[in-house]
Design a protein around this ligand. Structure first.
Ligand code: C2E
Ligand code: MG
Ligand code: MG
Ligand code: MG
Length: 287
């Protein structure tokens, strides 16, 4: 927005704003080509059982390997993909790719794990989304139980009726639904009531703070207890320290995801992890 600089002039853009909008303009143009040129890649971050250290699943996280700018975070380009509508095409590519890979691992006699895929609201708003997913499952011959969709509470703000119907149909296909970034929104408890989900992913900001203040520890403990009463599985995100792991073990959190066990990794490294089935490392030895 224009700013009055006090000298009877309007300064429309500051130099830094120019840079930012130039970059965005550039990314907008390049993103179109990125899908075709194989510049988008999928990393996988495994989830683990906090007691047995067994791999319980994984999250697919998209990255853009830009030819000139290098790796670009999804935090930067997903909003652009949403603004331009390219998220539909990118999202479909990602779902198909995950299904294809999962089926390929099964054919190689590697026991696959359930892979969760982040969905944008825009994808869920498509009236034929469920049909598209079904077609992809059939095309890749993957059973629905091997994928999961992650949504945030923001999907429920618009088009509530339609989204709830779509989510119910997705569940009927046998795909599980995870509520992502739980605890960061405005009325988490209300969404817990409305959204037909199987899994709750506690946001990393809550996990981080549980070591700092007793109150936060108690909040996370209460979320876990509530979710268990509602028959939902709880995953803690952003677990970085052995102390956090201990706390989460104590309150019987079902699964953990975070740098302590594994960062999101490339496909080859991920395959090694699922072949091992278990986290074999010295991480908890140090404390
Ligand atoms: P998210 O779905 O909540 O994903 C978890 C994010 O936390 C990932 O960031 C992951 O790398 C990061 N993370 C995992 N463990 C730790 C930890 O121990 N500490 C810290 N500090 N961070 C950790 P990433 O990969 O940069 O993705 C950011 C967000 O971008 C995701 O948040 C998700 O909302 C979005 N995103 C990523 N891939 C996709 C995609 O394929 N489609 C859509 N629509 N959104 C995506
Ligand atoms: Mg997620
Ligand atoms: Mg998210
Ligand atoms: Mg999250």
């Amino acid at each position: 927005s224009a700013k009055y600089n006090g000298k009877n002039q309007y300064q429309i853009f500051s130099p830094s704003m120019n840079l930012a909008s130039d970059k965005k303009f550039m990314l907008k143009n390049d993103l179109q080509k990125a899908v075709m040129n194989d510049e988008l890649i999928i990393h996988y971050q495994p989830r683990f059982d906090p007691i047995t250290y067994e791999v319980t699943g994984a999250e697919a996280l998209i990255r853009w390997n830009h030819p000139e700018l290098g790796m670009i975070s999804p935090l930067e380009f997903i909003p652009i993909a949403e603004e331009t509508g390219l998220i539909i095409q990118i999202g479909e590519w990602l779902i198909r790719e995950v299904c294809t890979k999962s089926k390929m691992w099964q054919r190689q006699l590697i026991t696959p794990v359930k892979i969760s895929i982040n969905l944008s609201a825009i994808q869920l708003f498509q009236s034929n989304f469920v049909e598209k997913v079904l077609t992809m499952l059939r095309g890749t011959e993957l059973e629905a139980k091997w994928i999961e969709f992650e949504i945030t509470e923001s999907v429920i703000i618009d088009k509530e009726e339609q989204v709830l119907k779509t989510l119910t149909q997705i569940k009927e296909l046998g795909i599980s639904i995870a509520l992502d970034d739980f605890g960061t929104g405005y009325s988490a408890i209300n969404y817990l009531r409305q959204i037909p989900c199987d899994i709750i992913k506690i946001d990393k900001s809550l996990v981080k703070d549980m070591q700092i203040e007793v109150t936060n520890f108690e909040i996370v403990a209460a979320i876990v207890a509530l979710c268990h009463k509602l028959n939902k599985t709880v995953v803690a995100e952003g677990v970085e320290t052995p102390q956090q792991l201990l706390s989460l073990q104590k309150i019987e959190c079902d699964e953990i995801q975070g740098y302590l066990f594994s960062k999101p990794v490339e496909e080859t490294e991920f395959v090694e992890i699922i072949k091992n089935k278990k986290w074999i490392n010295k991480i908890v030895k140090n404390d």
